[in-house]
Design a protein around this ligand. Structure first.
Ligand code: FES
Ligand code: MG
Length: 585
């Protein structure tokens, strides 16, 4: 749970004590300090410097993570901000997770990064920390770790990549990656063109330029009050991003001096503001899992039914792909989060404290005034009348399932069809493109064994590709159901996070070819139209074999990972004490 930090209680009450803090006292405090100073002086520091507030900075640069490719410039700007405000910056590495290069999945590693972050914040002397993250799993991991470590913390986002251009059309990772690949699969474009597109999709360092998981978590971090105002949207390579970094360094020294610990910012009100924002941006379904994990670290359980109620009164206002038309740089030019938060004002807790020491409402008063723009819609004229995400229930998902309704085909959201079942990823790969696959456009594609324990690590395979023979016929969407996740940049009528997952014996495991399945978005229903007696008979016939591992991190993961409705965190990392449920609507 949320541990008591011995460093804070062993220090005196005069405020931050620089390197004096964080000293493990084995009985002779004087000698301990003497020793630590001797070692840090090996790096060339003077006594006066070491008496300043120490601000740790997580350096998550990695050659495997181009989404963090501006790390050297960010570190320089943060350090400048810290020093100008009178602090001593000390950067240190943690692991870095880049979506494209993390096997078996980046989700499998998120909790490892959260543990790395938490323990290094606990272990090393620092009065506050700047967490630098950007790619999908890094910001959630850092917020989870910081929430548990409990010291003053501030989030810095690396920022989105620029958009590219293909034959006169604006493109960006990775909604357009999917769109062009689907066209290639359907033989609409050739090898030469798909190679050209490949050069343009990621035209600079930074995170995906649509409202995928990275952008969603950036907006959520700002809504939580964990970034400086305006911290979510500046693209990675811009001067605005570097100014945000410098400002972040300055505020980090303030939170150290004022001892504004993370629990003062990450409250139930902040979590509810973040949920509002998630719904209003048409954000990634992954963010529900991450917010649930962050809330769990703070002692809050996410009430999915309440979240769905919240969604019914929270329209999608941000016109970004995959739900809309624009990209992050356009959202930034439209005033970024301040423009959105102003529209959402009546639905927000404006009295929630932010890292600056001012409330969200006070920060909105100070923000640049509103102006005419076409990325954030007014409340009265939304992109989609309800929140981007809806929560489904039924005998197929007793613990809930998620659908990104704003990215679904309206013709498919009230649908009954015949199940075409794939037992796992291998089965899917072997048969999805086969000419003799018995499948029709009205069928429901079902994929099992891609949940938290199933794959393991809940891969983003819930975006099941359309069978090639149907794609060639021009079929653009089908109802698809799994216990996995999907990329925030994807779109379609896709039911995700079916809980409990099939690998631990959830009802999804019992679906067979030819069963009827009903999706009703109106009724928030996902049902397997097979009677209970038949399902009980099938359950007897196919005993559950929960995946296990012999050793290492995989053993820890499979033994302790929770289901989607608990955030896919490790069970021993949630707060020991439960404070309540969020949201309370
Ligand atoms: Fe890093 Fe999309 S791959 S943000
Ligand atoms: Mg992603």
């Amino acid at each position: 749970g949320r541990g008591h930090n011995p460093r804070m209680s062993s220090s005196d009450s005069r405020g931050p004590g620089g390197m004096r803090k964080g000293l493990t006292n084995y009985g002779d405090a004087g000698f301990s300090l003497f020793l630590r100073k001797a070692f840090i002086k090996g790096a060339g520091y003077t006594d006066a410097t070491l008496d300043r507030p120490v601000i740790g900075i997580t350096d998550t640069g990695s050659g495997y993570n181009p989404c963090h490719g501006n790390m050297p410039q960010l570190l320089e700007a943060v350090q400048r901000g810290i020093m100008l405000a009178g602090g001593l910056p000390v950067k240190f590495p943690t692991i870095s997770i880049g979506e494209s290069f993390a096997a078996p999945t980046s989700m499998y590693l998120r909790n490892l990064m959260a543990m790395d972050t938490e323990e290094m914040l606990r272990a090393q002397p620092m009065d506050a920390v700047v967490l630098i993250g950007g790619c999908d799993k890094t910001v959630p991991a850092q917020l989870m770790g910081a929430a548990s470590a409990g010291l003053p913390a501030i989030q810095l986002i690396t920022g989105s990549m620029l958009t590219g251009s293909h034959r006169g059309e604006v493109v960006g990772a990775c909604t357009d990656c999917r769109r062009y690949w689907a066209r290639f699969r359907a033989d609409e474009i050739d090898e030469r063109e798909i190679a050209d597109v490949n050069d343009q999709l990621v035209p600079s360092v930074g995170t995906c330029s649509v409202m995928g998981t990275a952008s969603t978590m950036a907006c959520i971090a700002e809504a939580l009050g964990m970034t400086v105002p305006g911290g979510a949207t500046p693209p990675a390579v811009t001067a605005d991003r570097m100014r945000v970094a410098e400002h972040t360094g300055q505020v980090a020294v303030q939170i150290a001096r004022e001892r504004r610990t993370v629990d003062q910012v990450l409250t139930d009100k902040a979590l509810e503001n973040a949920m509002r924002v998630l719904l209003a941006i048409g954000g990634s379904t992954n963010a529900i899992v991450h917010l649930t994990a962050i809330a769990g670290r703070l002692g809050y359980e996410v009430d999915l039914k309440a979240l769905d109620r919240m969604g019914r009164e929270t329209p999608v206002l941000v016109d970004l792909k995959p739900s809309g038309a624009h990209y992050m740089e356009h959202f930034h030019a439209a005033g970024g989060m301040a423009t959105l938060l102003r529209e959402l004002k009546p639905l927000l807790h404006l009295d929630a404290l932010t890292v600056t020491g001012r409330t969200l409402g006070e920060e909105l008063e100070r923000a640049r005034p509103a102006f005419q723009q076409d990325v954030v819609r007014p409340f009265a004229n939304p992109i989609y009348p309800q929140g981007g995400l809806a929560v489904l229930e039924g005998n197929l998902a007793p613990g809930g399932a998620i659908i990104k309704q704003s990215a679904a085909d309206p013709r498919l959201v009230e649908h009954e069809g015949r199940a075409v079942v794939f037992e796992g990823l291998e089965d899917l790969a072997n048969r999805i493109d086969s000419e003799d696959l018995d499948v029709h456009p009205d069928d429901v594609l079902v994929l099992k064994n891609i949940g938290p324990k199933g794959a393991p690590g809940m891969p983003e395979a819930g975006y099941i590709p359309l069978p090639r023979k149907l794609a060639r016929q021009g079929v653009k969407d089908m109802v698809r159901i799994s216990d996995g996740r999907m990329s925030g940049t994807a779109f379609g009528t896709i039911v995700l996070h079916v809980t409990p997952e099939s690998a631990i014996g959830g009802p999804l495991a019992l679906v067979r070819n030819g069963d009827r399945i009903r999706l009703s978005l109106r009724n928030r229903e996902i049902s397997l139209l097979v009677d209970a007696a038949e399902l009980a008979r099938r359950a007897q016939e196919q005993p559950v074999q929960v995946p296990q591992a012999e050793r290492g991190y995989r053993k820890l993961f499979l033994a302790t990972v929770t289901q989607a409705d608990k955030g896919v965190d490790f069970d021993f990392l949630a707060a020991a004490e439960v404070k309540g449920k969020v949201p309370r609507v």
